[in-house]
Each structure stands twice: as structure tokens, then as C-alpha cells.
Design a protein around this ligand. Structure first.
Ligand code: NAD
Length: 484
């Protein structure tokens, strides 16, 4: 018997212990349509109660030695390592992840917890120079209760990267996962943290839809929201957070470019391009959504990318398929509408463009021009739109014309020449000689423009920025004297 037993959490959620809430919802497998688990849905009133408990628990947690917080995070990381196979299995069935993506995600979740344990022990301020005989320093204090809201596509990582550092730095967390991935995005973490010995009240899971997320944003005792999801929802949250004068870290959509320079090796470039566009069926914020290819290489690149796409297929990850299903029918019709409209406007389907159930065939679109939706919109499906350019200046202009700015890859036979372009590209993440999808627990992750605003995720500096407040402190031995 492991700690992550369905019998413990079926029909319940974790609110200072496993409880029913009076209403339940079901997660279903996007591959088979079968129900996988029931979870308890929270109401905005229950969110309020959980915040009240979290406020009390957080004060005690922040007063504990950092070594104690680090120890809980380390125990959690060990438990995740021990359950990596179980988590990966759930990611396959619940999120439609192929085996490789599921294993990568489980590994990165563990890395987030190990890194957070280190964060708990890092220096916590600066000794300042002062013109007066006193001690002057700045220090970082926990903000209190953090509201975390996460999406369906990498449900475990995109929850872990906020939950773990927020707790390590002395905060309490109220977490709302996506309703379609409540097991891997939420229940798993409640089970891990309970087993790791996290005191009650510090991690509360509030499953539900946008209304529950909105209740977190509205709550006066939740001063920081850490949100990952669509630009539309992020905009609504940012607007409301602005009105309430609370901080919102918003990690949003992307429309990422793979720029293939004229001296790139086409075989290697098309392999990188296929990975960037098709990994997890293109449902990644960093997915390569636009391939900009120099005219000299264009035909050969399209041919090789098409050959690679045609060799893939989408199917049930449990049967070993390299690509899984899209998460639901709404997402699938959005993807197909973008493909069909782009074709109507002159794009050509080289392979794919068809679907069966939620399985969308890996698709290559050629003759994509900057005015077509396949170029301008985030597709979030297994579609590789390829656009021709003549000069590097024109390509840079095309990259920067997007309102998004998350990740860009530049492929070239000359890495230094490619790097010279870096200063001219507006993006939060830039990879020279790699595709656009990558993440490491210790690297600052985030975008500019419509891709996000707020602190970065990953690394001590970013975590401190995101999940603490600064306090300036001076200390002197005697009460200061004044002329009146
Ligand atoms: P979504 O915005 O619809 O949902 C994300 C989460 O927000 C869910 O938990 C949802 O219930 C909640 N939510 C939705 N509306 C809300 C509101 N008004 N108030 C509070 N909570 C609300 O996202 P999606 O479309 O399901 O996810 C895919 C999107 O997420 C893509 O655009 C993708 O690029 C983006 N994403 C970004 C990153 C990143 O780090 N930049 C990572 C992964 C996904």
C-alpha cells in the first residue's frame, strides 16, 4: 500500500485533511472517455474557510526554522521520486501524455521540490551600508497565503513550480488545478505533502472551475496569485488583481518561432522542428508554433519535416503511441478550425489535417503567410506551420511582430552568428541550436508581452521575487535623538 491510494482521495479533497465537500466531479481519460476518478469540488464559501485556516497555519510555519521547512520539502521530493512511475502512469491516462513526456514531467516535478528545499536555505537579504551608527539590512519575508491556479497540459510541473517554492519560503498555499487534470495537478500533491509531514492548513486543495479560481483572486487574505494558463484568463485575472492592488504572476500563452538560418543542417533542423511542434500534441506553451525557414532550404525542410510527421501517429499512450489525444473536444475543434481557415486562405496541408476521436494527426502546413491564423494564433495542437523568408531582417521582423514573447529557437551552422541576433529578438527564452520547448527547475522561466507578466519561475532569485516581500530594517542600541 502506497500513500497515493485512490481509496483515500476518491470523492474527497484535501482541506486540512481529506474531506468530501458536498459535490463531486469526474476526471475522464481523453484517450478512452472512461471515468478515472471522482474528486470533491469546492465552493467559494469553502475557499473562504480554507483561507482562514491557512492564515493561522502560515504564521506558525513562517516562525519555524528554515531547516524544518527544507526537511519537509526534501521528504516530499523523496516521496515523489519513489512514486515517479505512478505519477507518470496517471499523466498518461489523465492528461493523455505519451510515455516519454510523462516520465520527463514526473522527473521535473521531483527536481522542483529538491530545488525548493535548497531555496529554503539560501541567504535571505542584504546587509546595507548606512550613514548612521546602526545596523541596516533588507530581508525577504513570506507574503502569507499564495493562490496557485494551474492548467491541464503539464499539470504536475506547472503546479509544483509554484507550490514547492511558496511553501519553502514560509507561505501557505491554496491550490486550484484544472478540472480536467485534478489528480495529477492537485490530489497527488496533497497526498505527497501530507505524507511528508507538512502541518495541516498549509496546503489546501480547492478543485473546481474558473469560479473557484476567481474566488481565490477576490479573497482579501490572498495577496499573491501565481497563475499559469491562457492569455484570456490571465488578462481577466490581471485586471481584477490590479483593481485589488494584489500581485499576480501570470504565465500565459505563446506563439513560438523556430528560426532556421540559411546555413543550418536541414536533417537536424527538421528533427528539432518536429520535436518542437509535436511533443505532447503541441499542447505546450513553448510549442514551436511557427517555423521560419530561409528560402534556400524551404522545400527540403518542408519535405523532411513532412516525412517525420507522417512517421508519427496519435493514439492511446497506454499502447505506446508517440502522440496522445488532445485534452477535449473544444480544444480539438479550435485546432481544426485554425487549420481549415488557414487552408482556405492559401496554406497547404502536406500531411495530417485529419482526426479520429480526440486524436489529431500530426500536421504540416506549408505556404503559411503572416496573415493566416496558423501564423498569428496559438494553435495548441500538433500542427507545424512553415513560413518562407528571404532575409534575416525580414525574419526578425516577423518574430517580433507577434504580441507573444515566450520562447524562440535559432538554428544555424554558426552558433556565434546566431547568438548575434539575440539582442534583436523580443522573447523571455532563447535557445541557440535547439527548438523552443525546454524547462529546468533552476532556470528562470517566463515570457514577455502577451506571454506573461510578473516574476519568473525557477531558480532562487525568481522564487524569492515571486513569493516573498522585502522589508527594510534598522537597529540601534539607544533610542535615536532629535532636535525637537
Ligand atoms: P485556461 O486559462 O482556460 O485555464 C487555466 C486554469 O485557469 C484552469 O485551472 C482554469 O480553471 C482556470 N481559470 C480559467 N479562467 C479563470 C478565471 N477567469 N479566473 C480564475 N481562474 C480561471 O487555460 P487552458 O486553455 O486550459 O490552458 C492552455 C493555455 O495555458 C495555453 O494558452 C498555454 O499556452 C498556457 N500555458 C502557459 C504556460 C506558461 O508557463 N507560460 C504553461 C502552460 C500553459
Amino acid at each position: 500500500m502506497t500513500f497515493f491510494e485512490q481509496a483515500t482521495w476518491d470523492g474527497r479533497t484535501y482541506l486540512s485533511g481529506w474531506r468530501p465537500t458536498g459535490a463531486t466531479a469526474t476526471v475522464v481519460s481523453p484517450s478512452t472517455g472512461e471515468p478515472l476518478a471522482e474528486y470533491a469540488v469546492t465552493t467559494p464559501e469553502q475557499v473562504d474557510l480554507a483561507v482562514t485556516e491557512a492564515v493561522v497555519a502560515q504564521r506558525a510555519w513562517a516562525a519555524r526554522p528554515a531547516t524544518e521547512r527544507a526537511a519537509v520539502l526534501r521528504r516530499a521530493a523523496q516521496l515523489i521520486d519513489g512514486q515517479a512511475g505512478v505519477l507518470a502512469g496517471w499523466l498518461q491516462t489523465e492528461a493523455g501524455s505519451a510515455a516519454g513526456k510523462a516520465a520527463f514531467e514526473a522527473g521535473l516535478v521531483s527536481a522542483e521540490f529538491w530545488a525548493a528545499a535548497d531555496t529554503a536555505m539560501m541567504p535571505n537579504g542584504q546587509l546595507l551600508r548606512t550613514g548612521r551608527p546602526r545596523l541596516s539590512f533588507s530581508r525577504r519575508l513570506p507574503v502569507g497565503v499564495i493562490g496557485v491556479i494551474s492548467p491541464f497540459n503539464f499539470p504536475a510541473i506547472l503546479s509544483a513550480r509554484s507550490i514547492a517554492p511558496a511553501l519553502a519560503l514560509g507561505n501557505a498555499v491554496l491550490h486550484k488545478p484544472d478540472p480536467r487534470t485534478t489528480v495529477t495537478g492537485g490530489l497527488f500533491f496533497a497526498a505527497v505533502l501530507e505524507e511528508a509531514g507538512l502541518p495541516a492548513g498549509l496546503f489546501n486543495l480547492v478543485p473546481g472551475g474558473a469560479d473557484v479560481g476567481a474566488a481565490l483572486v477576490e479573497h482579501p487574505r490572498v495577496p499573491v496569485i501565481s497563475f499559469t494558463g491562457s492569455t484570456a484568463a490571465g488578462r481577466a485575472i490581471g485586471k481584477r488583481a490590479g483593481e485589488l492592488l494584489k500581485r499576480a504572476h501570470l504565465e500565459l500563452g505563446g506563439n513560438n518561432v523556430l528560426l532556421v538560418l540559411p546555413d543550418a543542417d536541414v536533417a537536424a533542423a527538421s528533427s528539432a522542428g518536429a520535436w518542437g511542434s509535436f511533443l505532447h500534441q503541441g499542447q505546450i506553451c513553448m510549442t514551436t508554433g511557427r517555423h521560419l525557414v530561409h528560402t534556400d532550404l524551404y522545400d527540403e525542410y518542408v519535405a523532411q519535416l513532412t516525412r517525420r510527421a507522417a512517421a508519427l501517429h496519435a493514439g492511446d499512450p497506454a499502447d505506446g503511441a508517440p502522440l496522445g489525444p488532445l485534452i477535449d473536444a473544444t480544444q480539438l475543434s479550435k485546432v481544426d478550425a485554425i487549420v481549415q481557415e488557414s487552408v482556405r486562405q492559401g496554406a497547404r496541408i502536406e500531411t495530417g489535417g485529419t482526426f479520429e476521436g480526440l486524436f489529431y494527426a500530426p500536421t504540416v502546413l506549408s505556404a503559411v503567410t503572416p496573415d493566416q491564423p496558423a501564423f498569428t494564433d496559438e494553435i495548441f495542437g500538433p500542427v507545424a506551420p512553415v513560413t518562407r523568408y528571404d532575409t534575416v531582417d525580414e525574419a526578425i521582423e516577423l518574430i517580433n511582430s507577434s504580441e507573444y514573447g515566450l520562447s524562440v529557437g535559432v538554428l544555424s551552422g554558426d552558433a556565434y552568428k546566431a547568438f548575434e541576433l539575440a539582442d534583436r529578438i523580443s522573447t523571455g527564452i532563447l535557445h541557440i541550436n535547439d527548438q523552443t520547448v525546454d524547462d529546468e527547475a533552476q532556470a528562470p522561466f517566463g515570457g514577455v508581452g502577451l506571454s506573461g507578466t510578473g516574476a519568473r519561475f525557477g531558480g532562487h532569485e525568481a522564487n524569492i521575487e515571486a513569493f516573498t516581500e522585502t522589508q527594510w530594517v534598522t537597529v540601534q542600541g539607544e533610542i535615536a535623538t532629535y532636535p525637537f
